[in-house]
Design a protein around this ligand. Structure first.
Ligand code: G6P
Length: 366
């Protein structure tokens, strides 16, 4: 086991570092010259035209990847998208028809709740598209079309490289969809492909300062609760950051859409409360900066993770800069510091990072 960690103390840290390579693999598979090609893992233009609604369903980290995709689908494809946790969707009566596309994301391809949701949608005539890491898994076999992440085996229970790989694969799928429906003009295609091509280097540069994350982690080890905030797709990254932290550090954490704070949770803020703010959506950075001011005036300590921005930096106690790229692809980068921070908080607390208590890598029971 020691040998397969390749010098890293834990599989989780090794897998965090593998993300520049695993995202590069996705690029190598799909990029063809100035464009891209997903081969058999997608739908034809005619099939895409037939869908009039989209459902997204999954569990845990995979659900967050699906939720990030929702923003891009609505923006580029302009079709209604509903996201529902699989264990909820499976026991509801959703408005799913023969014209619905259900997208499921699953690292293992074996999660019982995701399978149940998928089977319900299938019984209503939906088409199922699965994004999974495991070739020949049950979800892969039962879906109508499969896109394999090819992230390589993920050993740590807390998912890291599978998540960013799911995002990369979903982005290419959505670009393909938009292009086939005539909704991706050449300049947007060029811009997004160039942003995606830079992801592996940007991940490397975010991981250059690993000792910095260890120092930052010191601020969290005695916390009872940590709050993550974000707006729009940053709220989803906040949810994933919060999940990472609670899974392995056992610190209670909660993610909130930043604008919702004033409707309840702000009552819990007191001197010393730690808040992590995501700020990668440029039209919303001023708004998040003013949420930060409200929180610090009540004594909260803020770590913000976002694009360079004077107001954001000045209002925060600590700041991690995300390399310059478009707002669209920012979620693939902003999660890297949150994964790494969660890792060091768990290490400093002396927890079993790769095998956190009560959790399983793959949950094949309801
Ligand atoms: C478990 C794991 C999570 C994972 C979730 C969904 O709870 O601990 O890390 O996100 O299952 O798993 P899947 O294999 O469907 O992605």
């Amino acid at each position: 086991e020691k040998a397969s960690k390749e010098g890293f103390d834990h599989f989780m840290l090794k897998e965090i570092f593998e993300q520049s390579e695993s995202t590069q693999n996705v690029l190598n598979r799909f990029i063809k010259g100035d464009s891209f090609d997903l081969g058999e893992s997608t739908f034809s233009a005619q099939e895409f035209k037939n869908f009039d609604s989209v459902y997204l369903s999954s569990c845990g980290t995979a659900f967050h990847a699906a939720q990030v995709a929702k923003y891009l689908i609505e923006d580029l494809i302009q079709i209604p998208v509903r996201d529902e946790i699989a264990s909820e969707l499976a026991y509801s009566n959703p408005f799913i028809t023969e014209k619905t596309l259900l997208i499921v994301v699953s690292q293992s391809g074996e999660t019982a709740d995701t399978l149940n949701a998928m089977r319900l949608a299938k019984s209503k005539g939906a088409t199922i598209f699965a994004v999974t890491n495991v070739v020949g898994s049950t979800i892969a076999r039962e879906a109508d079309r499969v896109l394999y992440c090819q992230a390589g085996p993920e050993i740590s229970v807390a998912s890291t490289k599978a998540y960013t790989s799911q995002l990369m694969n979903l982005y290419f799928f959505i670009l393909d969809w938009a292009k086939k429906l005539g909704k991706l003009d050449n300049s947007l295609e060029t811009q997004l492909l160039s942003d995606l091509k830079q992801i592996p280097n940007h991940i490397e540069s975010l991981l250059d300062t690993v000792t910095g994350y260890r120092e930052l982690a010191e601020n969290f080890i005695h916390c009872e609760s940590v709050y993550f905030i974000g707006r729009a797709v940053d709220y989803i990254s906040a949810k994933e950051g919060s999940l990472k932290l609670k899974e392995i550090s056992y610190i209670h954490s909660e993610a909130l859409p930043a604008g919702e704070l004033k409707h309840g949770t702000i009552a819990l803020i007191e001197p010393g409360t730690q808040v992590i703010a995501l700020a990668t959506q440029r039209p919303l950075i001023e708004k998040i900066a003013s949420n930060i001011v409200e929180l610090s005036s009540r004594g909260a300590e803020i770590l913000s993770v976002g694009f360079e921005h004077k107001g954001l930096k000045e209002s925060s106690d600590r700041f991690i800069a995300i390399p310059e790229t478009s707002d669209y692809v920012a979620p693939i980068l902003s999660i890297i510091p949150l994964q790494t921070l969660a890792y060091y908080v768990a290490v400093l607390k002396g927890n079993d990072v790769d095998k956190p208590r009560n959790l399983a890598k793959s949950v094949t029971v309801e």
